[in-house]
Each structure stands twice: as C-alpha cells, then as structure tokens.
Ligand binder design. Structure first.
Ligand code: NAG
Ligand code: NAG
Ligand code: NAG
Ligand code: NAG
Ligand code: NAG
Ligand code: NAG
Ligand code: NAG
Ligand code: NAG
Ligand code: NAG
Ligand code: NAG
Ligand code: NAG
Ligand code: NAG
Length: 832
C-alpha cells in the first residue's frame, strides 16, 4: 500500500492541496468526493440519492456504493439506471480505490474530467447511454488496468485517442453511437486481449491496414458498422475466435478474403451496403455455425456458393441488390431447418425457385424477385414481400394455399390479370398491398377482403368492386366472361396485322431517327420518334367539348391547357397559345422546336401540333395524375418517401437528357412543381418548354432576358441574365427542398435573409426532422433511415443551389446520387 499512498501524497503536493498534504487519504475523502457528485446532480427523479446519501450514515451504506472489506474505501460506484441528470465533478478522481465505476443509462452531460485518469485501479468503466460530449480524454490511456470500457451512446466528439492502446489488458472497448471522427488508430488493434470491439455508428473514415487483424486471437465480436471506412478488408484468417463481424454501411471495397472460411466460430456476418465485389468465396460454406449472412447492397457477382445451403444453422440469408447470377440448387431447401428469411431480390438469378424450398419449414419471409409458382406449398409462411420488383404475370392461384400468411406485399410490380379468388381463404391475412400494379377485374369480397381498405388496391389498371375501395362497381357478368365469337376473332386478327405493321413502321422510324441522332444517351429510356398524328382544328374543338370550362386544366402566361378526348378514346392535353400575349409566338416556336426533336421517358410527349396562322396549339400526352404542385400542396394528396424520390430521380433523368443527351444543349429555364406532370403510374414528366433555351455546339451559356419564376430562378438569371445548365440545377435544388419539406420557396415564413435554402442549411446542423414534411414521419419505425436519407437529399439540394454557378454539382451526379440513396433506403426498409 506504500506505493499508492506516496504516489497520492506526491500528487497532492504537486497540485498544492494543503488539506491532503497533512493526512493519509481515507474514507472521508471518498465521502467528500461523493457529496460533491451529489451536489452536481441537478435532478434525481426517484430520489435515489436525495434522502440516502446523508452524512449521518457511513458512505459504505449509501445506495450504489460498495466498500472494500479490508481497506474500507469505496471500491464500486454504481448509479446505473437512476434517471439522474447532472455532471461528473473532478472530485470523483479522488476515489482512489475505485475498481468499478458505472453510471450507464442516466442523463449525465458535460465532458469526462481528466482527473478520472487518476483512478488507476479501475477495471470497469461504464458511461454508456448518457449525454456526454467533448473529446474522450487521451489521459484515459493511463487506466492501464481497465478491462472493460463502455462509452457508447453518448455525443463524444473528436478522434479515438491512440493512447488507449496502452491499456494492455483491455477486453471490451465500446465507443459506438457517438460522433467520433478521424481514422481508427491501428495501435488499438495491437491489444491482443481484446474480445469485443464496438466502434459502429460514428463518423470514422479512412482505411484499415492489411495486417490490422493479425494479432487478435481472442476477438469474438467486431463491429465497425455505419461509418465511412473505405479500404479493402484486412486479412481476417487469424480471427479464429470471431463469432460476429459487422461491417455494414461503410465503403469497404475489394474482394472478400477466402480465409473467411477459417473463421469457423462465426455466427453472424454483416457486410450489407458496402462496395465489395467479386465472387462470394466458396469457403463461406465452411462456416458450420453461421446463423445470419447479410451481404446485400454490394457488387458481388457470379453464383451463390451452394455450400451456403448446406449450413444447417442458418436463419437469415440476405443478398439483395448484388449482381448474382445462375440458378438456385434444386435441393436448396432440404438442409435448412432453421431458415427464416431468404432475401435475394435485385439480382440476376435465373431459373425457378426450387420446390424443395417448402422443406425449409421455418421460412417466414421470402423476397426473391420472381414469383415462384409452387409457392403454395409454403404452408407456414407468414410474411411474404415481393414489393418493388419488376415482377410480371399474374398472381398464382396457389397463393391461396399459404394458409398461415399474415402479411402479403406485392406492391410496385407489373402484375397483371385478376386477383385470385383463392386469396379469400387466407384467414390470417392482416396486411395486403397490391397497389401500383396492372391488376384488373373484380376485387374478391369475402374473408380477409372484408377488412382491406382502398390503399391496398390503388393505382391499378382496372380493378372493380365495392365503392369503399375507390374503384368503379363491376359490371354484371364482367368483361372477362365474354365468349370469343367470330366477329371478335376477326378483330383480333385485324389487330394483330395492325400491330405488325405498326411495329415495322416504328422500327423504320427508329432506325432513321437513330441515324440522325448519333449522340443519344440513355437509349433505354427513349421512345422511338413516330410521325405526329394528323389532327384537324375541328377534331380538336370536338375533343375539348368546344373549349368547355370543365375541360380547362390550367392557365399559363402564354395560353391555356385543356383536357380532351379524341373520337378514338385517346386522352390528350391541348395547350392553346393566346396570340394576344407578347412573346406567345416565340414561346410556341421554341416549344415546338424542342419537343419536335426530343423524346425521353421523363419528358412530356407531343402528339401533334396545330400551326394555323390564327390558331396555334400543342397536342400533348395527357397526364391523369396532374402535377407535382397538386401532390405537394393540396389536401387529400400524399406522396410517400419512395414516390418522392422516384419523382425527383425522374426529373433529374429528364434534365440529364436535356443537358447532355442531345446534340444541342437544352436548358429548361422554368423548372417548378407545376411543370412536373405525373402519369397514371406516377412517373414524372417534365413539361412546358416555352422558356427553354437551346445552346449551339460550343456555347456553354448565353446572356438573355429570362422571365423564369421567382423563387426557383437561379440568382445569376436575375442579376446578369446569364443562362446555363447550372441554372436548371439551381431550380432543381429548390425543387428537391420543396418536395421533402413541403414548403414553397415563396412561403410567407421566408423573409429577408431567411430563405428556404438557409432554413434547410441550418436544420442540417440541428435536426433535419424539424423541417421535413411531417407526413413523411408517420411511420415511427423508419425514422432513423428516413432521417439519414433526407439529410443526404438536403445536402445534395444545397450542392445544387450553390451561389456560384461553377460550384454547383452537375445533374449527372445528382441522379446518380439519388439513385444510390434510393436503393439504400429500399434496402434498409426491406432488410431491417
Ligand atoms: C480521515 O482523515 C481526516 C483528516 O486527516 C481525519 O480528520 C479523520 O479522522 C480520518 N477519518 C477516519 C475515519 O480515519
Ligand atoms: C439521517 O438524516 C436525515 C436527515 O438529514 C434523516 O431523514 C434520516 O432519518 C437520518 N438517518 C439516520 C439513519 O439517522
Ligand atoms: C440507503 O440505501 C441502502 C441501499 O438501498 C439502504 O440499505 C440504506 O438503509 C439506505 N439508507 C438510508 C439512510 O436511507
Ligand atoms: C449496476 O446496477 C445495475 C442495476 O442495479 C445492475 O444491473 C448492474 O449489473 C450493476 N453494474 C455493476 C457493474 O455492478
Ligand atoms: C438504456 O437506455 C437506452 C436508451 O434510453 C435503452 O434503449 C436501453 O434499453 C436502456 N438499457 C437498459 C438495460 O435498460
Ligand atoms: C503509453 O505509455 C507510455 C509509457 O507510459 C508512453 O510513453 C506512451 O506515450 C503511451 N502511448 C500513447 C500512445 O499514449
Ligand atoms: C497470423 O498469425 C501468425 C502467427 O502469429 C502470423 O505469423 C501471421 O502473419 C498472421 N497473419 C496472417 C494473415 O496469417
Ligand atoms: C486457413 O485455412 C487454410 C485451409 O485450412 C489454411 O491453409 C490457412 O493457413 C488458414 N489460414 C490461417 C490464417 O490460419
Ligand atoms: C450438401 O450436402 C449434401 C448432403 O449432405 C451433399 O450431397 C452435397 O454435396 C453438399 N453440397 C455442398 C456444396 O457441400
Ligand atoms: C455484373 O456482372 C457482370 C459479369 O458477371 C459484369 O459484366 C457486369 O458489369 C456487372 N454489373 C455490375 C453493375 O456490376
Ligand atoms: C421434403 O418435403 C417433402 C414433402 O413434404 C418430404 O416428402 C421430404 O421427405 C422432405 N425432405 C426432407 C429432406 O426433409
Ligand atoms: C480531490 O478532488 C479535487 C478536484 O479534482 C479537489 O479540489 C480536492 O479538494 C479533492 N480532495 C479532497 C481531499 O477531497
């Protein structure tokens, strides 16, 4: 005992504390340290300390305190789970015999006093789940006896101090869920006693060196998830005791080391959402104890090693969104008695789902990307989601045999045909979503269908049934029951001939068009150019019921837009120029010029032009879902997160095409919500090219008067009349902010310095959820993923809206970034 005493005395001497100088430290000093702590607690909701920590009884009887039986000094201080609010005073550093200090799950804030580094006997240190901030003091490295260090779920800032590597017998280091940044000091990984490392959910970046994991023979748990680490994975073959490896949500790249197969104790492997590529090593099949395998959202290619389907302990196989190909082995289900989740959508797998899948008797969630016709055998399946795929064909009748089904989501596919009546027999079905498909016919009425609402069926081709489902009533007998009679047959034959001729015409036009337009990007999204329909003035007037006000869709600066139906039933929108207005003539010419030359999935399509001397009209594709303005700002309209992302991706694709996809650069100049139209599948189409500018081959900008819309207009349009692609990017940025906040840039709350842009900018420093459209936050469960995604979207929006045009991001990068955010969100929603 002599050494610590003299050490302390020396310490006090050095610090110049006269009281301590005179005496050997004893329990009185511990008492004053604890009373100082009590004095720094501002709220003690359950009065744990208020009436208990009093001087008329020994410190050793106080709640949360344990003293050593020999030396009668405080050895253990445990104030966990007491709801205390306060700060830790430096006096705690005087509890020199303390071995265990635990204050987890309270609301302590402030920083860790460096005096705690005097507690050199400490073995256990738990400050988890509090509100500490500031840096982790590097002096903590002198707590060399420490075995377990928990600082997770606080707000610690700064870097991980390399000095922690001096704690040579550390077993657990847990720093997750803070705001630590910088690189991970490699010296930490030299502590060979480490058993568990938790550094997840921080802002750590940089790489890991190849031999970083060489000397951790005791490591059982390693989590670095949700950081920005980017490098190849270090050699992992020596981590022989590892049971769980969690690297999800980083930027790790390169191949997965085949020595993964040496980690035979591994139970969970999480690599989701990184940039891993190459083949999945066959050696994964050697992991005989593996229970969870999640490697979705990477770029793995090749076939799935069949050995995986021989791991009898496996519960979860999730490989969604990779580039995997090949088929599944026909016996895949035979040896998977514990399998609960099989998630493979977003790959390029071929072949059928093997029947043997029905032997996997625990399987509860399948998300494969193709509807297995034999799926009916899965009598114990409770949860089936095949949503957001490109599934075609009809819903198999055998679905009715999955009698345990409680949750069935087939939304956002291309499913057609009727809803099988057999689904009425799914008595446990509580949730059904068939929206956004091309289903038709009668919605079944019995069994679970009595309880479903309109949302389950919205946006399909031609469903009919009960009025409470917002669908038209079914006609007696139903259209599908008609017999095929001779005249009908004839009609089909004629139709077929017509179709062949049309195909030939299209092919011819397409070839000619391609010849003329050698520089065309994103061809998959382009329509072949078809010659315009001839529509006479007379036909137009008829189609619009003689310009009836019932048909008026809207009025713009240069004219009005009407809805009409041609005699063959085709719906059209007709934009009629008001030639009295100055500039209308020019606007018409520009719009004709633009629309004549371009075709893209996300631009409004022109059907015909009426160019008489006194009557000028554009006949356009009719968009039954109106415009984005309505969907954002009218009552009874609601867009979910994914729909908003899709719409913004559509608009970005359109701009990318206008800016880069055609020999002449086209600048829209008037991007705003009312110029974004939505078709029946909620695909966005950019419209209104009346103010567009066409730049010649070499120009990158032009100077001109532009009358773009206030609020969306780039600052340089107004001040210098400079028009460039970057101006569209600015408007796009504003549109992004508006779409997710549901606040117009012209909202009354924005006055003076406080613009939509500044408001968003500031919220990124505090809480983005404060400014997000509250409608998006209805689903509590998704908050964290949502917050992540929206913050990234808003950062992107600010990059679009940089004050200086040259600093604005290119629209190409915008659409790429948004697509990535979308797949990340989708992945999260569907793998969590
Ligand atoms: C502890 O030390 C103080 C000051 O030296 C002394 O007054 C006190 O009596 C001591 N208490 C015990 C319990 O030894
Ligand atoms: C100690 O003092 C407090 C008031 O200061 C009193 O409520 C409590 O009963 C006392 N306890 C003992 C054991 O004397
Ligand atoms: C303080 O709490 C401890 C442990 O709950 C209890 O044994 C002791 O009697 C309490 N002391 C007072 C003064 O209430
Ligand atoms: C501290 O107390 C809590 C609750 O009383 C208990 O669960 C925990 O194990 C204790 N921790 C230590 C290190 O003694
Ligand atoms: C500690 O607090 C966190 C957050 O308040 C909570 O999630 C966690 O369950 C708590 N831990 C325990 C063991 O109560
Ligand atoms: C570890 O401790 C040694 C000796 O006390 C000291 O020299 C060294 O600077 C410490 N290492 C770090 C990284 O702080
Ligand atoms: C594994 O450990 C051995 C023995 O300590 C060592 O020689 C080797 O370099 C380590 N690394 C790898 C990747 O094998
Ligand atoms: C991994 O296993 C292979 C085959 O058993 C062996 O050759 C190799 O040395 C092992 N690697 C390590 C690092 O132990
Ligand atoms: C899986 O196990 C079966 C039966 O034990 C065996 O026939 C097959 O070869 C194994 N497949 C792989 C890839 O190990
Ligand atoms: C997918 O893998 C194939 C080879 O199997 C490769 O040619 C292609 O580029 C990969 N696609 C992506 C998006 O990684
Ligand atoms: C798989 O299921 C079929 C039909 O239920 C059964 O006949 C067969 O024995 C099962 N095979 C295994 C290996 O469990
Ligand atoms: C020990 O803690 C310091 C603060 O770190 C105080 O200033 C000292 O007064 C205290 N010493 C005693 C004997 O309580």
């Amino acid at each position: 005992m002599a050494a610590p005493k003299s050490f302390l005395i020396m310490l006090y001497f050095v610090c110049g504390f006269s009281i301590a100088l005179a005496a050997t430290p004893n329990i009185t000093m511990d008492q004053s340290a604890l009373l100082s702590l009590k004095a720094h607690i501002s709220f003690d909701p359950q009065n744990h300390l208020t009436n208990n920590w009093t001087t008329n009884t020994s410190v050793c009887n106080w709640v949360g305190v344990i003293c050593g039986s020999r030396h009668y000094r405080v050895m253990v201080l445990n104030l966990s789970f007491m709801g205390l609010v306060g700060i830790i005073p430096p006096h705690i550093g005087n509890l020199s015999f303390l071995v265990s200090l635990s204050i987890q799950n309270n609301s302590f804030h402030g920083s860790i006093p460096i005096e705690l580094s005097h507690l050199t006997r400490l073995k256990f240190f738990h400050f988890g789940y509090n509100e500490f901030n500031g840096a982790i003091p590097s002096q903590m490295g002198s707590l060399t006896k420490l075995r377990k260090l928990f600082l997770h779920n606080n707000n610690f800032l700064g870097t991980i101090p390399p000095s922690l590597s001096n704690i040579s017998s550390l077993q657990i280091i847990s720093l997750g869920y803070n705001q630590l940044s910088g690189t991970i000091p490699s010296s930490i990984f030299k502590i060979s006693s480490l058993q568990e490392i938790y550094l997840g959910s921080n802002m750590l970046y940089g790489g890991l060196s190849t031999h970083m994991f060489d000397r951790l023979p005791n490591l059982q748990y390693l989590s670095l998830s949700n950081n920005q680490l980017s490098s190849e994975l270090p050699k992992i073959g020596n981590l022989t005791m590892l049971t769980e490896l969690d690297l999800r949500d980083n930027n790790f790249e390169g191949r997965l080391d085949p020595e993964i197969g040496n980690l035979t104790m591994l139970k969970e492997l999480h690599l989701t959402d990184n940039n891993f590529e190459g083949l999945i090593p066959n050696q994964i099949g050697n992991l005989k104890d593996l229970e969870v395998l999640r490697i979705g959202g990477n770029a793995f290619f090749g076939t799935i090693p069949f050995g995986i389907f021989n791991i009898s302990t496996i519960r979860v196989i999730s490989m969604a969104v990779n580039n995997l190909s090949g088929h599944l082995p026909s016996n895949m289900g035979l040896f998977l008695p514990k399998l609960q989740q099989l998630i493979l959508w977003g790959n390029k797998l071929s072949g059928a789902i093997p029947n043997s899948i029905s032997n996997a008797s625990q399987l509860a969630i399948i998300d494969i990307g193709d509807i297995p016709k034999t799926i009916g055998g899965l009598k114990d399946l409770t949860n089936l989601s095949l949503a957001i795929n490109r599934l075609e064909g009809s819903i198999p009748v055998s679905f009715g045999e999955m009698v345990s089904l409680e949750f069935l989501d087939l939304s956002d596919n291309i499913l057609s045909g009727e809803i099988p009546k057999s689904l009425e027999g799914l008595h446990y079905l509580k949730y059904l979503n068939l929206s956004f498909n091309k289903l038709q016919g009668e919605i079944p009425t019995r069994g679970p269908f009595l309880n479903f609402s309109a949302a389950a069926f919205m946006s399909n081709k031609a469903l009919c049934g009960a009025t409470r489902l917002n669908v038209p009533p079914c006609e007696e007998g139903g259209p599908h029951k008609k017999k095929t009679t001779w005249p009908n047959m004839l009609r089909y034959v004629l139709l077929a001939i017509g179709f062949i001729m049309l195909t030939l015409t299209l092919a011819f036009a397409w070839k000619r068009w391609k010849k003329r337009n050698p520089k065309s990007l994103a061809q998959a999204d382009l329509y072949p150019l078809v010659t315009w329909r001839r529509i006479s003035h007379q036909q137009l007037v008829q189609a619009m019921n003689g310009f009836s006000s019932n048909n008026l869709l809207g009025e713009g600066s240069f004219g009005s837009v009407y809805h009409g139906t041609l005699s063959d039933g085709m719906n059209i929108a007709v934009k009629i120029m008001n030639m009295q207005v100055k500039g209308a003539f020019k606007s018409f010419d520009v719009e004709c010029e633009v629309l004549r030359n371009i075709r893209h999935r996300n631009l409004v399509k022109i059907i015909s032009i009426c160019n008489d001397i006194d009557f000028k009209a554009l006949v356009l594709e009719y968009m039954p879902n109106g415009n984005l303005e309505i969907w954002l700002h009218s009552q009874d309209h609601y867009l979910n997160m994914l729909q908003r992302l899709n719409i913004m991706i559509d608009i970005a694709s359109a701009l990318e095409y206008l800016h880069h996809g055609y020999s002449t650069t086209i600048i829209h100049c008037d991007l705003k919500p009312s110029n974004v139209l939505l078709d029946e599948e909620m695909v966005a189409h950019v419209a209104d090219f009346g103010m567009a500018k066409l730049l010649g081959d070499r120009d990158s900008m032009m100077q001109t008067m532009t009358l773009a819309t206030f609020g969306y207009m780039a600052p340089e349009y107004g001040s210098e009349g400079v028009v460039s692609t970057r101006g569209d990017v600015y408007s796009y940025g504003i549109l992004l902010m508006e779409t997710f906040t549901r606040k117009k840039p012209t909202d009354g709350m924005f006055i003076g310095e406080m613009t939509l842009k500044h408001w968003v900018d500031e919220s990124l420093l505090t809480s983005i959820l404060d400014i997000v459209d509250a409608n998006l936050l209805r689903n509590e469960k998704e908050h964290a993923a949502m917050e992540d995604c929206i913050s990234s979207v808003m950062r992107l929006a600010l990059d679009c809206c940089a004050e200086s045009p040259t600093q604005r991001i290119d629209i190409k990068n915008v659409s790429a970034t948004l697509k990535k955010l979308k797949s990340k969100l989708v992945l999260h929603i569907r793998t969590s």
